[in-house]
Design a protein around this ligand. Structure first.
Ligand SMILES: NC(=O)c1ccc[n+]([C@@H]2O[C@H](COP(=O)([O-])OP(=O)(O)OC[C@H]3O[C@@H](n4cnc5c(N)ncnc54)[C@H](OP(=O)(O)O)[C@@H]3O)[C@@H](O)[C@H]2O)c1
Length: 118
């Protein structure tokens, strides 16, 4: 990923799921460093405390387990209410599940589909 600095007025507003770790966290860090605004959601938003301290005027965080469909609309509505717009959604939250089909439980399979797809 390139790291060209963007002036704030040209920055976009991003909504990211699963921002606590891995690719979601790295993308969040990169976007903030480039001057974009990020509404970062995670099961553990406290994992983003260091970025909130560093980018308090660019970063909003909210708790979101993407399998909890009951709260998704409220979280998205909060993002629109606080930021006024969302230009890009990064639907990143998810995980791999490895094993032969007969080794995995129905619960494991359903939970992964609920997380990565539904
Ligand atoms: N890395 C790869 O090679 C690769 C390849 C193909 C696809 N992907 C996909 O790319 C995405 C990111 O991968 P990664 O390598 O960065 O994985 P990762 O390091 O395991 O990070 C996954 C992120 O998703 C979050 N997450 C998992 N379940 C969640 C849920 N129910 N609600 C909200 N957040 C949830 C995790 O939160 P917690 O910190 O709370 O666990 C974590 O922040 C995933 O969707 C993965 O399936 C990755």
């Amino acid at each position: 990923m390139t790291t060209h600095a963007l002036p704030n007025q040209h920055g976009k507003t991003w909504f990211i799921t699963g921002a606590s770790a891995g690719i979601g966290r790295v993308v969040t860090e990169q976007l903030l460093a480039e001057g974009h605004r990020v509404f970062a959601t995670a099961r553990r938003p406290a994992a983003l405390a260091d970025l909130v301290a560093k980018y308090s005027d660019q970063l909003w965080t909210e708790t979101l387990d993407v399998t909890n469909t009951a709260v998704q609309s409220a979280v998205v509505n909060r993002a629109f209410a606080e930021l006024g717009r969302i230009d890009v959604v990064v639907n990143n939250a998810g995980y791999g599940l490895f094993g032969a089909a007969e080794e995995l439980t129905d619960e494991q399979v359903h939970h992964q589909i609920a997380t990565n797809l539904v």
